[in-house]
Design a protein. Structure first.
Length: 248
């Protein structure tokens, strides 16, 4: 699919990695739509940044992705403003360490609701619309944690593994007209407040000897938008970290 002119929604795109994706796709000529939940101010700033070079102000959508109402409302707004959607980059997620034996039921549920149910609802609403249109791409940003399952992040990793499985299923269900793939980053943008020692520890687990960058993820997304013969795949963007297994 040619990026120029295609209508793209990037969830969780007010800041950080999602912002890099939406800004770069806009730079390449896509008609982008921003989605944010809590970061309303940052979403408006990202829209202004894009407006300054793209010549249009991107539609900004809001809402909690774990609620079906959010997806149906976004779908209606997309229809009203753009008459359809060519690419959905599902980037929004929640991430934190949860020591297993003190993880509460609510914490567990939050990972499942946002990371797994959110993707499921998005596939039902936006996937169905793409199927009807006979055209589209779904690119889910996952995590190599889905396969590696770090002991301190078990609920998060399980939610990501479920999301990867969901996307493999969708790739079959939506073929032949809609391609569905996952980009699974390793560390590309560490959480705010990550200390020097932790950064160094992570660095030592990466064969390519650097922490990735959001740009590394953007390149994989771009590749998948432009490739029309790939579906049901997981592209790991992790500097080879997954080669070393879960102990890292
Ligand atoms: N950063 C990394 O090194 C890394 C490594 C592996 C995988 N990944 C994956 O790459 C993607 C981007 O990474 P990131 O670090 O930039 O992500 P992030 O900052 O942790 O989260 C991205 C966005 O998700 C949105 N979000 C969270 N809960 C939501 C909810 N209930 N409803 C709607 N939106 C919600 C937030 O939007 P608001 O701020 O608007 O609330 C947030 O800005 C994520 O899927 C992440 O899991 C990242």
């Amino acid at each position: 699919m040619e990026i120029k002119g295609c209508r793209v929604l990037v969830t969780g795109s007010a800041k950080r990695v999602g912002k890099e994706i939406v800004v770069e796709l806009a730079r390449l000529g896509a008609m982008v739509m921003i989605h944010a939940f809590r970061s309303r101010k940052e979403a408006a700033e990202t829209a202004s940044e894009i407006e300054a070079f793209a010549g249009y102000r991107p539609l900004v959508l809001h809402g909690d992705i774990s609620l079906v109402e959010t997806w149906t409302a976004m779908n209606s707004e997309i229809e009203e403003h753009h008459g359809g959607l060519d690419v959905w980059v599902h980037n929004a997620s929640t991430f934190s360490a949860t020591p297993f034996f003190s993880t509460s039921e609510d914490e567990w549920q939050q990972f499942m609701d946002v990371n797994l149910k959110g993707a499921f609802l998005g596939c039902q609403v936006l996937g169905e619309r793409m199927k009807r249109a006979g055209r589209g791409k779904i690119i889910a940003i996952g995590d190599v944690a889905a396969e590696l399952v770090w002991p301190s992040y078990i609920p998060y990793s399980v939610s990501r593994a479920g999301m990867h499985a969901l996307m493999r299923g969708m790739a079959q269900l939506l073929a032949p007209h809609v391609q569905v793939n996952v980009v699974a980053p390793g560390p590309v943008l560490l959480p705010d407040g990550t200390d020097k020692a932790e950064r160094q520890r992570i660095l030592e687990t990466i064969p390519l000897q650097r922490i990735g960058t959001p740009e590394d993820v953007v390149k994989a997304v771009r590749f998948l938008v432009e490739s029309d013969f790939i579906t049901g795949q997981v592209i790991r963007v992790d500097g080879g970290r997954s080669l070393r297994g879960a102990e890292c």
